[in-house]
Design a protein around this ligand. Structure first.
Ligand code: FES
Length: 127
């Protein structure tokens, strides 16, 4: 294919248009849930743009979230509300979501990754 100045310009414009569409889609998908849809003390499961599962917490003081894939060997953690812990079903590691995802019981050694969230215009969004 012969690349002329005109065809190069067309390709560059197409790339700009694609990235603009992509950034709009990213912005729309950054909305997780309306704040009023989650009660204080409640949780909400959602998916990150990369497909990873995550869990949002709302407390009296705000919102925070974690990716819920266990840092040991990638098991899925679930929130066990009576103990207020995220527990992995594979080897039973547990994490404290109210202490920055810290490991409570192993074999995991690393905390759960936090997901940066914020409240904007009544929505909980990826920050
Ligand atoms: S994969 Fe979660 S404790 Fe091992």
């Amino acid at each position: 294919m012969k690349l002329t100045r005109r065809s190069a310009l067309r390709m560059a414009l197409a790339g700009v248009a694609t990235s603009l569409v992509g950034s709009r889609a990213q912005a729309a998908s950054a909305q997780i849930i309306r704040l009023t849809k989650i009660k204080v003390g409640g949780t909400y499961q959602f998916q990150l743009p990369n497909g990873a599962p995550a869990l949002l917490f709302r407390t009296k003081t705000g919102v925070f979230a974690y990716q819920t894939i266990c840092t040991h060997q990638g098991g899925l953690t679930k929130y066990f509300s009576p103990k207020k812990l995220l527990v992995c079903s594979v080897h039973n590691a547990s994490f404290d979501p109210f202490k920055k995802g810290a490991v409570v019981t192993g074999p995991a050694v690393d905390p759960l990754p936090t997901v940066k969230v914020a409240v904007k215009s009544g929505w909980v969004v990826l920050a």
